[in-house]
Write a protein that binds this ligand. Structure first.
Ligand code: NAD
Length: 443
């Protein structure tokens, strides 16, 4: 494929050199003429291991550089935007992205045939479809999704290992505004073969994946530092050993049934955690830190977020039933997780509490934990039962709080109803197309 890449910084240049090495014909574009001249004589303006060798091999054959953006767009099938997006203290600065976008759009005005424009820069969710796409339409006078495609393809390379990361990526995320955009973008990555995991999605989700990945890594570093600070204050604790003890957990080792490290099950959004350990232990550590004057903002925030998730779950019903008075809600799952009768700190209780306060008629269903739940939440307004089918048959809305295996049949029970109830998946455990009226946390 013929590809142009705008911006020859770490991301643009490495992308250009690697895609040329993979067999594409690549034109790198930069507004800095010295960079362009250096590249055309196969000299890398940045140091990255392996980059000089790639340039020596490909410049003058499948790779060249220019400052003429319009000519590069006209001569290629797809254009990647890989310019900087610095954070100015309030917002990400889109000046370079929108400047490049406008120039690409103006070039597209003169270009017959389909062209794909791909945002590779890291941009906050919504940038590609609400800023880049309209700017392209304005500048080109053409229609996105008809005359040209728009994609978002986040980059995960890390400086110092950039060439290796691009040649052997751990994943390829393809975001597209439509099927054709995604299809053309995935053709760029055909030389990578099926062994590299790919995820095809919309542009906003693709944008979010990049931020989610970096935010998780940052949160983990701050988590370790928060614990290190407490350990140092308490004395006699070596945080390196603490973390080694944490890594030895089975959650960090091996693979689950889906072939993923087991820790990934904790990276699932839902109505919140409960049980006899997580809420109590996190609260106890925060309190212990307070005693020795070490505040633990990350763990405090962890508890705060957990407190609002039940409310966010009920809000999914309120999207459809503004007034909950008289609305029949079946709450499925009272145990804090499947395969236990333990209901301690189950998010089912704050969910039921709010539903009752707002006048809903609550049926609480669990295959084994009804007895325990009645003791923990003895409210005569709640009808407790283990009868799943009849509860689903009578409900206006069904919320899954605990993903018991027995609840796998719920979509089928819902499909049997003439007027299907709203289905709120509080654990994102169900296929969102399995019922007609689906709501899920984080959807
Ligand atoms: P950079 O600042 O090193 O390079 C940007 C280049 O774009 C510069 O050479 C500049 O001259 C050029 N440029 C700007 N506007 C232009 C225009 N209108 N026409 C032509 N050239 C133009 O940036 P970078 O580190 O490569 O990062 C690019 C993007 O990728 C950012 O959004 C960044 O967040 C993201 N990213 C960076 C890394 C990394 O490790 N550096 C990793 C993943 C993602």
């Amino acid at each position: 494929m013929k590809i142009s890449i705008i911006g020859t910084g770490y991301v643009g240049l490495v992308t250009g050199a690697c895609l040329a090495e993979k067999g594409h014909e690549v034109i790198c574009v930069d507004m800095n003429p010295e960079r362009v001249a250096a590249l055309n004589s196969a000299k890398s303006p940045i140091y990255e291991e392996g980059l000089d060798a790639l340039l020596a091999k490909n410049v003058g054959k499948r790779l060249r550089a220019t400052a003429d953006l319009a000519a590069a767009v006209l001569a290629t099938d797809a254009t990647f935007i890989a310019v900087g997006t610095p954070f100015d203290g309030k917002t990400i600065d889109l000046t370079a992205v929108l400047g490049a976008t406008r120039e690409i759009g103006e070039a597209l005005r003169k270009k017959p045939g389909y062209h794909l424009v791909v945002v590779k820069s890291t941009v906050v969710p919504g940038t590609t479809d609400t800023h880049v796409l309209p700017a392209l339409e304005r500048a080109s006078g053409k229609k996105a999704g008809v005359d040209f495609g728009v994609g978002m393809n986040p980059e995960f390379l890390s400086e110092g290992e950039a060439v290796h990361d691009f040649m052997f990526p751990d994943r390829i995320v393809i975001g597209g505004i439509d099927a054709r955009s995604s299809q053309v973008l995935s053709e760029v990555y055909l030389p990578y073969g099926p062994e590299v995991p790919r995820l095809t999605t919309n542009t906003r989700t693709a944008e979010m994946i990049k931020y989610a990945s970096n935010s998780l890594l940052a949160a983990l570093i701050s988590f370790s530092n928060e614990l290190a600070n407490l350990g140092a204050a308490l004395g006699g604790i070596d945080t390196t050993e603490v973390m080694r003890g944490v890594h030895l957990s089975q959650y960090f080792r091996g693979r689950n049934e889906e072939g993923l490290p087991p820790i990934t099950s904790f990276l699932k959004a839902g109505c919140g955690f409960g049980g006899s350990c997580l809420p109590k232990d996190v609260s106890a550590l925060v309190a212990h830190g307070h005693k020795v004057a070490v505040e633990m903002p990350l763990l405090k925030a962890t508890l705060e977020i957990n407190k609002v998730q039940p409310r966010n779950t009920v809000d999914l019903i309120k999207k459809h039933h503004k007034n909950l008075r008289g609305v029949k809600v079946a709450v499925l799952g009272l145990a804090f997780k499947p395969e236990t009768s333990d209901v301690r700190e189950s998010p089912a209780f704050p969910i039921m509490q709010q539903l009752l306060e707002e006048g809903a008629i609550v049926t609480a269903v669990d295959p084994v934990a009804v007895h325990e739940a009645k003791k923990a939440f003895p409210d005569s307004r709640v009808r407790y039962t283990d009868a799943l089918a009849s509860s689903v048959a009578e409900a206006d809305a069904v919320i899954v709080v605990t993903p018991w295996k027995q609840f796998d049949q719920v979509p089928e029970l819902i499909r049997q109803r003439a007027t299907p109830p709203l289905f709120v998946d509080g654990r994102r455990a169900f296929d969102k197309s399995s019922v007609s009226r689906y709501e899920g946390i984080g959807l």
